[in-house]
Design a protein. Structure first.
Length: 620
């Protein structure tokens, strides 16, 4: 069975359907009813703004309505500050199936936000700030899988916050000044741009906001506790029934505490003694070491500091045998003669932190900026590490970032790259609000380039068993010419990869050939990147699983829903999007054995790209 062809027919059918009609009479009727229910009576003389049955919402430009390019479908309804006092009729407004933006800010709409708001399946922006809504937030909000910005601040909403953490790609959640209660569900805080639940009646401990939000997002909730609020959560009350053992336990803890105290004071004494010694040394050396505040300075504790992206970092925790000769410069005109001290003296900014290490942006005094990857707790011998880095350096590909220099000690490894100002593929896909910049042609070409580069690396390094190990869109960087470059190749342990990127089967299955699995895990990671390119959605580990979602969507025949709306509205070839989707799904097959090799994947993508180019030139 040739599924692709079935799909093409299916797509063609959909396209035909959509070409033949503008918004139907039913939709117009529903929209007119939606406006009536909002009760626009406070605007004498212009209650209807053209919203009537005898005209077309797009062609006759009903007030507040914007349509797609072909003027067939209502995409946006923006009716801010018009003194509406009625209610929101979700069933009616959602009969406009393509509605992406609904904004009713600063009116006086009352009543509930109906469950049927989830009928607006393509909704990306819902703005209801400054109204008189009341009642509970509908749980169906979590089914609005395309939602990016949800603003319900300054209303009278009550009840709990539904678990919208399932909505991947949510960027904004503003719900301040309501009467919401219960606990805050776990959001994917690292993806959110805006978050505010101040002035509600929320309680319990705040989930880990991963340093992305401060107290000002949580103010005015008497029952809330924990970071980033100053009020710590009180520990659960000690069990009172079992008095005998518990008092023994207290004694035990007291013992531990004493031992701890002694240890701490010992360390403190040592540290003070050491720093005195250091000061003496520095005094001897004279003013040469005029230590700037923001240079790479002391202590591992700075790494655990929360609440900001900029942080100092240290390499001094490394054992003392560190000398300038430990830094090996591979090949780069940019940093000719770079010394370890140069790194230490430069200002550093923490720009990313993962499970196995951190990434810093280091600006040398010469003005050159570098990205320094610091890997910790990687149980690899110096020799193996060296060999690995040199092997990767030998297999050069223009779309793989070269290592400029490296440093290696027993506890940690540093890798130095040239810093790329243009950010990552992740930012390109998810960063810009409507992604106009990133059209279908560019996405296809990014896919082809990374696919080719990865196939090349796999072939060159298969014998050494060095896979990428942690392939994801945030590891694909854009160079000065906006060309994609794979970074951090081979920096994850084969057996200790970021497991969020391995489907569960990979870990259990096939322990016999972890190396082969590592290559297949790269193929999986690449498949996920393809899905991100196609859907514009985030991959999340928390509940939502992009691969699973896409599979479900296809099984239920809402394939078109899967694609990024900006691609669809741009008029990207659905046939070729479906083709690319097919490969993506093969790559994320739950059984590693079933996944194609990167060479096969790359060949197919190249042929899709050729078709695309041919069809463009035949159009022209
Ligand atoms: C309907 O709206 C159009 C403008 O969109 C207007 O020209 C026409 O007079 C309106 N008809 C009625 C019956 O209100
Ligand atoms: C909003 O509507 C309510 C009645 O639903 C009314 O009591 C209140 O005064 C209105 N507020 C404003 C600002 O118009
Ligand atoms: C809207 O949603 C409700 C349930 O949420 C469903 O029964 C109804 O059929 C939907 N209406 C449309 C027009 O899709
Ligand atoms: C806030 O919630 C608590 C229970 O957590 C309840 O006792 C209290 O009445 C609520 N306050 C308001 C103003 O709703
Ligand atoms: C908290 O964050 C907001 C923006 O997210 C910022 O404007 C404000 O200055 C921050 N406040 C503190 C105390 O850091
Ligand atoms: C959150 O909302 C409260 C109340 O409107 C405001 O004082 C605070 O500055 C807001 N915080 C952020 C981060 O927007």
């Amino acid at each position: 069975m040739d599924r692709i062809h079935l799909w093409v027919v299916f797509m063609a059918f959909i396209v035909l359907l959509s070409v033949t009609s503008a918004e139907t009479v039913q939709v117009r009727e529903a929209l007119v009813q939606f406006l009536q229910k909002l009760d626009p009576g406070n605007n004498p003389g212009e209650e209807n703004w053209g919203w009537n049955m005898s005209s077309d919402p797009c062609i006759d430009a009903w007030k507040g309505i914007s349509c797609d390019k072909s003027m067939q479908f209502v995409k946006k309804i923006v009716l801010d500050q018009l003194d509406f006092t009625g209610v929101l009729d979700a069933v009616s407004v959602c009969s406009a199936k393509n509605l992406a933006v609904l904004s009713l800010n600063n009116n006086n709409v009352s009543g509930i936000l109906p469950d049927e708001v989830s009928n607006c399946t393509r909704l990306t922006h819902l703005y209801l700030h400054g109204n008189s809504f009341s009642g509970d937030l509908p749980g169906s909000l979590s089914r609005l899988s395309n939602l990016k910005r949800l603003v319900i601040s300054d209303n009278g909403f009550t009840g709990g916050i539904p678990d919208i953490s399932r909505v991947s790609g949510l960027l904004t959640f503003l719900a301040q000044n309501n009467q919401l209660d219960g606990v805050i569900p776990k959001f994917e805080f690292s993806n959110l741009e805006e978050f505010n639940v101040s002035n509600n009646n929320l309680s319990g401990s705040i989930p880990d906001v991963e340093g992305h939000f401060n107290a000002s997002s949580f103010l005015g909730n008497p029952g809330l506790c924990g970071e980033p609020l100053p009020s710590a959560c009180s520990p659960p009350p000690p069990p009172t029934e079992k008095k005998g053992p518990s008092s023994k336990m207290y004694l035990m803890y007291l013992g531990y505490a004493l031992i701890g105290l002694i240890l701490v004071s010992l360390i403190a004494v040592k540290v003070i003694w050491k720093s005195k010694n250091k000061k003496k040394e520095i005094a001897k050396k004279g003013s040469q070491t005029d230590a700037k505040k923001d240079k790479i300075s002391s202590s591992t504790s700075s790494e655990s500091k929360r609440g900001g992206n900029i942080s100092e970092y240290s390499i001094t925790s490394v054992e003392s045998g560190m000398t300038s000769s430990s830094l090996v410069v591979l090949s780069s005109p940019v940093v000719n003669g770079l010394k370890f001290e140069d790194l230490l003296r430069s200002s550093a900014e923490l720009i990313g932190r993962g499970r196995h290490g951190s990434l810093y942006k280091v600006t040398l005094n010469s003005g050159v900026t570098l990205a320094v990857k610091r890997i910790r707790d990687w149980d690899i011998s110096r020799d193996d590490f060296k060999k690995r880095v040199h092997r990767i350096d030998q297999v050069k590909h223009p779309h793989v970032m070269p290592v400029v220099a490296y440093y290696c000690s027993r506890q940690e490894q540093l890798l130095v790259y040239q810093f790329q100002e243009n950010g990552s593929l992740f930012r390109l896909i998810h960063g810009s609000q409507n992604g106009q910049l990133f059209d279908w042609g560019s996405r296809l070409s990014v896919a082809a380039r990374i696919g080719e580069a990865l196939a090349f690396m796999h072939e060159g390094l298969k014998r050494d068993g060095i896979a990428h190990g942690n392939l994801k869109s945030s590891n694909i960087l854009l160079n000065n010419g906006m060309e994609p470059c794979i970074s951090e190749y081979g920096l994850a342990e084969v057996n200790n990869q970021d497991q969020s990127f391995l489907p569960p089967n990979d870990i259990i299955l096939d322990k016999a050939s972890p190396v082969n699995n590592a290559f297949k895990a790269d193929v999986y990671g690449f498949g996920v990147i393809l899905l991100e390119l196609l859907t514009g959605k985030l991959v999340q580990n928390n509940g939502f699983d992009l691969g699973q979602w896409v599979n479900t969507a296809i099984r239920e025949e809402w394939t078109v829903e899967v694609f990024d709306k900006t691609l669809v509205s741009e008029g990207a070839s659905e046939e070729r999007m479906v083709d690319l989707l097919q490969i993506a799904l093969k790559c994320i097959n739950s059984s590693p054995e079933e996944r194609p090799s990167m060479r096969e994947v790359s060949a197919i993508i190249n042929s899709i790209k050729e078709y695309e180019e041919k069809s463009l030139s035949s159009e022209a």
